[in-house]
Design a protein around this ligand. Structure first.
Ligand SMILES: NC(=O)c1ccc[n+]([C@@H]2O[C@H](COP(=O)([O-])OP(=O)(O)OC[C@H]3O[C@@H](n4cnc5c(N)ncnc54)[C@H](O)[C@@H]3O)[C@@H](O)[C@H]2O)c1
Length: 335
């Protein structure tokens, strides 16, 4: 085993999150590479990465880098992740892993054959309340599972001026709402319930026309919402709604699992709590209380994300300090 030495590819929204995660986990940030040199430069300075590079090829040729984080738009996931695997790097590739199932399978097979670590950040798995929910299902607290249901709703593409590369199929892939956030919901459902979705029937809809860069209204080729019913391999039925045009829902992931004895409900807008439903009495289990299953604490360090405190607490310290601090600085440090 060797320490993590990361290169972040794509320095946008999630690239920042990856870079901070590397530092928070005592990894080394070797470089950040973005197609826009000013973005690479700004991130390398802000996050104090070791160096700026001018191309993805330079990242792959850099012997210091042992882990590549692919944080670019979806159509680049397959070529970039495959090139990183070919170069013998470990890879964390953002979701959706690829824009077609064939590409995703090819990546899985290549990573297996190369023996590299390959991961997709389905981050909702790491909420303590989700771990708690999973432990309750695994421990048969709910009894036989009867119904799986929920939704993933956002509203950031509601307006006709709202736009993003995800809307364009050649950048985001043929599916947008499902490929972008539906994959999170399905992963969470399968992770918590232990069930695999085997069959489904879906209806997708595009509800909006959007303004292009010139301000003209144009047709949108990717779906805004998907409503689907499904059945798992062992015959449990369910349904879900995925939407990026639901007003007032900034990022609402709700997962409900109804069993023969009791039910659980997780809502990402209140991630420190898990609702437990029963005929006699309902209750809410808060993270950090003794009622929360011990499994809940496995992945979330109380020091890093204390229960009841919103957001993540991060303190970034400078990597280098002056070798000869001025006398008055030294004095104030002792005070
Ligand atoms: N796991 C999660 O919860 C989560 C959350 C948000 C986004 N994502 C995924 O992360 C990826 C990026 O999303 P985002 O919201 O950060 O997008 P973004 O638009 O904020 O950032 C994308 C960045 O990639 C850069 N880029 C484009 N082409 C490039 C190239 N050829 N080489 C290098 N850099 C290039 C862009 O300049 C931009 O800075 C998407 O696949 C998205 O699905 C995952």
């Amino acid at each position: 085993m060797e320490p993590v030495r990361s290169a972040i590819i794509g320095g946008g929204f999630i690239g920042h999150v990856h870079a901070r995660a590397v530092l928070a986990n005592a990894g080394r940030l070797v470089t950040v590479y973005d197609a826009k040199p000013e973005v690479s430069q700004a991130l390398v300075s802000t996050l104090r990465a070791d160096r700026v590079v001018a191309s993805y090829e330079s990242v792959l040729a850099d012997a210091d880098v042992n882990l590549v984080h692919v944080c670019t738009p979806n159509h680049l996931h397959f070529p970039m992740a495959m090139a990183a695997i070919d170069a013998g790097k470990h890879v964390i590739c953002e979701k959706p892993l690829a824009v077609t199932s064939d590409e995703a399978r090819a990546l899985r097979d290549a990573a297996d054959a190369a023996g590299v670590v390959a991961a997709v950040p389905f981050v909702y798995r790491f909420y303590a309340s989700i771990r708690d929910a999973r432990a309750r299902v695994t421990g048969n607290e709910l009894g036989d599972l009867r119904l799986l249901h929920g939704h993933y709703l956002q509203d950031w593409l509601l307006g006709e001026s709202d736009n993003n590369w995800r809307v364009e199929p050649q950048l985001g892939g043929a599916s947008r709402a499902f490929g972008d956030i539906g994959v999170h919901w399905c992963d969470l459902l399968e992770f918590v319930s232990g069930q695999r979705i085997a069959r489904l029937n879906a209806r997708a809809a595009t509800t909006q026309r959007r303004k292009n860069a010139a301000g003209e209204l144009v047709d949108v080729a990717t779906e805004d919402l998907v409503s689907f019913i499904f059945e798992t391999e062992s015959g449990v039925v369910g349904n879900a709604v995925v939407s990026q045009v639901s007003a007032g829902r900034p990022n609402e992931v709700v997962l409900n699992i109804d069993g023969a004895r009791s039910a659980i409900s997780f809502n990402q807008m209140m991630p420190d709590s898990l609702w437990i439903g029963a005929r006699a009495q309902n209750s809410i289990v808060w993270r950090g209380t003794s009622a929360a299953s011990t499994a809940a604490g496995v992945r979330q360090h109380p020091q890093r994300t204390p229960p009841g405190l919103p957001g993540r607490l991060q303190l970034l310290l400078p990597r280098r300090l002056p070798r000869h601090p001025r006398r008055e600085c030294r004095r104030s440090a002792h005070l």
